[in-house]
Design a binder for this molecule. Structure first.
Ligand SMILES: [Zn+2]
Length: 158
């Protein structure tokens, strides 16, 4: 059952990668030196993974390793039809890395995320992290999120 789910998500992933906005954003990120990898993000924050037969922890939809400029996109987002949205979110973090010269720095955007997104960034205990996530969710939930993410990359990554 699990295997067939993984197989089907793999097949769908391969075809859905051709989504034009996803591809355009991926190309732009690569132009600015980021690597976009379609694979399960590593579990580096969970040293106790799978010890004692625990079920695997859920992986995030996307993850940016700022030190290596690698963006991980969980293949499940293609099934969930949120691949472009996820890459837009990670693109904002990429622009934050460019703005901070290699470390995440807030962009000082004066837009707020819509209310339903609040629990997603308020769950971060770290206030600095909350601000970084607030910006990513703010962009992600705008009607022109794709154009916004594109211009943030152009403004901050040169
Ligand atoms: Zn984020």
């Amino acid at each position: 059952m699990l295997e067939s789910f993984l197989l089907s998500s793999f097949l769908i992933s391969q075809s859905s990668i051709a989504e034009p906005k996803f591809l355009a954003l991926k190309n732009q990120l690569e132009k600015f030196g980021f690597q976009v990898i379609i694979a399960l993000p590593p579990l580096k924050h969970s040293p106790q993974q799978n010890i004692g037969g625990n079920p695997p922890l859920p992986r995030p939809y996307g993850l940016l390793e700022s030190s290596k400029k690698i963006i991980w996109i969980n293949p499940v987002v293609f099934d969930l039809q949120i691949a472009t949205q996820t890459l837009i979110h990670e693109s904002v973090h990429a622009a934050q890395v460019c703005a901070g010269g290699g470390k995440l720095k807030t962009l000082g955007l004066d837009i707020q995320p819509i209310n339903y997104a609040r629990p997603f960034f308020l769950r971060y205990a770290d206030v600095h992290r909350q601000d970084l996530e607030r910006e990513a969710y703010a962009v992600q939930t705008q009607p022109n999120s794709f154009e916004l993410a594109t211009s943030l990359l152009q403004q901050n990554c040169k």
